[in-house]
Ligand binder design. Structure first.
Ligand SMILES: Cc1cc2nc3c(=O)[nH]c(=O)nc-3n(C[C@H](O)[C@H](O)[C@H](O)COP(=O)(O)OP(=O)(O)OC[C@H]3O[C@@H](n4cnc5c(N)ncnc54)[C@H](O)[C@@H]3O)c2cc1C
Length: 346
């Protein structure tokens, strides 16, 4: 069997890259081991313009969001939605008010509230908040449609690819009777643990997320305050998350579950019932400088990486998958700030 490229991993990165290569007429075989708590299966896929405790808009966001909106809506996965970021204190409120009149942030801001349930009577938002123009991506839908499409064209292998034992030479790579021009690792945070790219500067970070049913009133926007809650309809919610750098075991922790439930209940000014149906923990493939790693191994010309989408895979993935596909297809250079060579050990 022959293909232009073997792609290791069918998370968000592998799914987007496979589609981008196929659009360019290239053949792929995607090898995926169906890991239950891959980051793309744990994530809510939120796209929030202003983020972090400092409530900042990164300079890349507008262009990345435009590319993401195009790709994800063509794939039927884009869900435009407001995101209501509730302030935790007066200091954050002051910062939020300043951002609202900042020319670069203003296009992403719908309104600023004084709190007290101004946007929705059931919300507990004593310091008010900012309603932003955001979105979320239906990642399970995107990945399952892509998986079916790959299966239909015999382009999916449900198997585990051992990154330390495949053949590579001057003309390409081989693995289990499959020959290809190149292999691209889209294997998420596990690239940090083994294989040809493990020595790049990785900073993987674990996070938990819950799916639950609740009688909480559902406002028509995503709730956000040191975590998020996304209403999926019919009383079903997803809520998360936390950051943990020491234990990368993908084991959901009871303490985190309790913390997430407490935070969820705290969004509302009345008691709400919560019944958890699913608790997963995944690991974000974060990098030392918070930018993805794209490109080709410096000593192995047929071995490539498309990874490091970090905590904002839905924002970064669509634009960077096009850059990576063009690199593989036509040898286009990778922009230096995304090229994995910036992170090679000295
Ligand atoms: C709790 C949490 C919340 C998040 N929330 C958001 C959010 O709201 N918005 C956002 O944009 N991003 C979010 N993220 C980040 C986002 O999930 C990631 O950026 C993105 O999903 C990474 O995709 P990936 O394809 O690189 O990795 P993964 O999704 O981990 O996919 C890797 C795939 O490779 C497969 N694989 C690995 N090794 C092998 C092998 N040897 N052989 C075969 N298959 C293999 C795995 O099974 C998996 O399918 C969140 C992440 C977490 C953990």
């Amino acid at each position: 069997m022959r293909a232009d490229f073997i792609i290791v991993g069918q998370g968000l990165a592998g799914s987007l890259l496979a589609a981008a290569l196929q659009r360019r007429g290239r053949s792929v075989v995607v090898v995926d081991d169906g890991w239950r708590s891959a980051a793309s299966k744990v994530a809510a896929g939120l796209m929030t313009p202003l983020t972090g405790r400092r409530f900042t808009l990164t300079p890349d966001y507008p262009a990345l969001f435009r590319a993401a909106a195009d790709t994800l809506s063509a794939a039927g996965a884009l869900r435009l939605s407001g995101v209501y970021r509730m302030f935790v204190d007066e200091e954050q409120r002051g910062r939020g008010l300043a951002r609202a009149v900042d020319a670069s942030c203003a296009p992403f801001i719908e309104s600023v509230t004084n709190g007290g349930g101004e946007l929705h009577p059931a919300l507990d938002d004593p310091f008010g908040g900012v309603l932003m123009k955001g979105a979320w991506a239906d990642l399970p839908g995107l990945m399952s449609r892509q998986r079916e499409a790959l299966r239909r064209t015999d382009s999916l292998l449900e198997d585990s690819f051992d990154p330390d034992s495949f053949g590579h030479g001057s003309s390409g790579v081989t693995w289990k009777g499959l020959a290809a021009h190149g292999v691209v690792f889209c294997d998420g945070y596990r690239a940090a643990l083994r294989g040809p790219f493990k020595d790049l500067g990785w900073q993987p970070a674990k996070g938990d997320a819950l799916t639950l049913t609740s009688d909480a009133p559902a406002p028509p926007f995503i709730l956000n305050r040191e975590g998020w809650a996304l209403h999926l309809g019919d009383g079903t919610w997803r809520t998360g998350t936390n950051w943990e750098w020491a234990a990368l075991d993908e084991v959901p922790a009871d303490a985190q579950r309790d913390k997430l439930l407490g935070r969820f209940r705290g969004f509302f000014n009345r008691p709400v019932r919560t019944d958890v149906s699913l608790h997963l923990a995944g690991v974000r493939p974060c990098t030392a400088d918070s930018r993805p790693y794209l490109g080709t191994h410096p000593a192995l010309p047929h071995v490539h990486l498309f990874n490091g989408l970090g905590p904002r895979g839905t924002v970064w993935g669509p634009a960077t998958s096009e850059l990576m596909a063009e690199h593989l297809h036509a040898g286009a250079p990778i922009p230096p700030d995304l090229d994995l060579r910036r992170a090679l050990p000295c």
